[in-house]
Write a protein of this length. Structure first.
Length: 95
């Protein structure tokens, strides 16, 4: 799956920014910032890690918009699980 430059989540337009220092600065592959409607992904991470982080950040946005109050551990579990199901079954990440 090619990570897009923009993404719409619940009718809100998000910019997807690529950064090559995020992992070094914050020890993370992706971030979600609701205040500026932005998802950032570190391009130095392996492609599969970038895709998994992108899915994780989308779940962060869903959690925020719907006020689900999911803990970060739950979001991480959902993101990892969905990523592997989607990619293992060629449902969007590897085609």
């Amino acid at each position: 799956m090619k990570i897009p430059e923009e993404l719409e989540i619940f009718r809100h337009r998000y910019t997807v920014r690529k950064d090559n220092k995020l992992l070094m600065k914050d020890d993370t592959v992706g971030t979600y910032c609701p205040y500026v409607s932005e998802i950032t992904i570190d391009t130095n991470a392996p492609e599969s890690k970038q895709q998994e982080a992108f899915l994780h950040e989308i779940i962060e946005a869903i959690n925020n918009h719907l006020e689900l109050k999911l803990e970060h551990k739950q979001i991480t579990g959902l993101g990892t699980g969905l990523f592997h199901i989607l990619s293992d079954n060629k449902l969007g990440f590897n085609n």
